[in-house]
Design a protein around this ligand. Structure first.
Ligand code: GDP
Length: 299
């Protein structure tokens, strides 16, 4: 509900000019109208390919249905967008393994550590016991920040100043097994896909985690900032290639992010969006609903 309200406000700023009802009820479905739709989708960060696919589908369905009013075309678009986003709507499943080992990666500032804090609360609220692994051993501030989230959630943390990230992860997974935890969340250092040695470090963490538990990691999540537009798609592709991603968390959708990049992700790299971040507080994590998201995006 919160996402909807806030995003509706963004849409007023950015896309309502095109999508707003008063704009659409009067006119007709002509080339100028399709051009406006295209502009609005591109401005919402939907990307060229997904925009094209969506417009093709709207044109086809407008024809088939005999719709004549722009507001009808808008409803068709909302429907097409929902269908495009639907494969991203999948829950994170815990319980098939004990512990479920979840590795979390992302570029600096995407909201990775904050999301781990929120996810810890979400899991604890669902009755799961959680152990955090501070595999960002390089930055003291990162370890301290994770320790604060551990404190807030009263969960245990495995952390070691200056240690090897893979070794800390190994210890955490081993400790998680020994202590019968339900979930081990591994926080890795922020990095860019272009920092090849750091991408290799991630692969090493994954390999070493596998040594502690042959079936782990069970989930490899990428945290992306909803404000980064098409760059988020590039991040998804690069991290997926390096690690094999199983899910995404998309943050900062409470701000000015248009979130349309999810359409591009659905079109080109459909990896489930387990959660969206809608604020800085512990409870500001929501599950992703394709329908709600599509309606919010289109205003
Ligand atoms: P990291 O470097 O990826 O670990 O990023 P952090 O977790 O430190 O977050 C970077 C900044 O983004 C912090 O100021 C967070 O409070 C903020 N942040 C994270 N998630 C969200 C969100 O969903 N909404 C908002 N508004 N801010 C967020």
């Amino acid at each position: 509900a919160r996402l909807r309200q806030v995003t509706a406000a963004q849409v007023q700023q950015v896309a309502a000019k095109y999508f707003g009802d008063d704009q659409l009820t009067g006119g007709q479905i002509d080339e100028a109208f399709y051009e406006e739709l295209e502009t609005a989708l591109l401005m919402a960060d939907t990307g060229v390919k997904a925009t094209q696919a969506l417009l093709d589908e709207v044109r086809r369905r407008v024809k088939e249905s005999g719709a004549t009013r722009p507001v009808q075309a808008k409803n068709i678009l909302a429907d097409s967008l929902t269908r495009l986003l639907k494969p991203l709507e999948r829950p994170l499943v815990i319980g098939e393994h004990q512990p479920t080992v979840i590795m979390v990666a992302g570029v600096n500032g995407a909201g990775k550590t904050t999301s781990i804090g929120k996810l810890t609360k979400h899991l604890a609220d669902a009755g799961e016991t959680v152990l955090l692994a501070a595999a960002d051993t390089f930055r003291a501030a990162a370890r301290e920040q994770l320790a604060i989230w551990a404190d807030r959630n009263t969960v245990e943390i495995v952390s070691q100043a200056g240690g090897d990230p893979a070794a800390v992860s190994f210890d955490a997974v081993s400790a998680g097994r020994a202590r019968g935890k339900d979930v081990v969340l591994v926080d890795t250092a922020g990095r860019l896909p272009t920092q090849l040695h750091l991408m290799e470090e991630l692969r090493k963490i994954k390999r070493v985690v596998q040594k502690a538990d042959a079936s782990a990691p069970h989930e490899v999540l990428l945290v992306i900032d909803g404000n980064t537009g098409q760059n988020a798609l590039a991040q998804v592709k690069a991290f997926d290639e390096a690690l094999g991603l199983t899910g995404l968390i998309v943050t900062k959708l409470d701000g000015t992010a248009k979130g349309g990049v999810l359409a591009a992700i659905a079109q080109e790299k459909p990896i489930p969006v387990y959660f969206i971040g809608v604020g800085e507080k512990l409870e500001d994590l929501e599950t992703f609903s394709a329908r709600e998201f599509a309606l919010a995006l289109l205003g």
